[in-house]
Design a protein. Sequence first.
Length: 74
Amino acid sequence: MTSAHPRITVEPDKRDGKPCIRGMRIAVNDVLGWLSHGMTEDEILAEHPGLEKADFAAVYAFAADIADKAYGSR
C-alpha cells in the first residue's frame, strides 16, 4: 500500500492488516505501546535491531495523522 508515510506499510496478510514499520511484523501500535509503558527509543532499538531511529518519527507522524483525521476537524 502506498502511503503518505513511506516507512509505514499495511499488508492484509501481515499482522491482520495493521500498519507496520517497513514491512516488518512490528506494528505502529506495538511501538506506541512500548513507549507508553516507559521504554525509551534506545531500549526499543536495542531489543529490536531491525528498527531504525527514523522509524520513530514515522510512527509519531502516522499517529498524529490518524488522530487528526479522527478528531481534528470537529
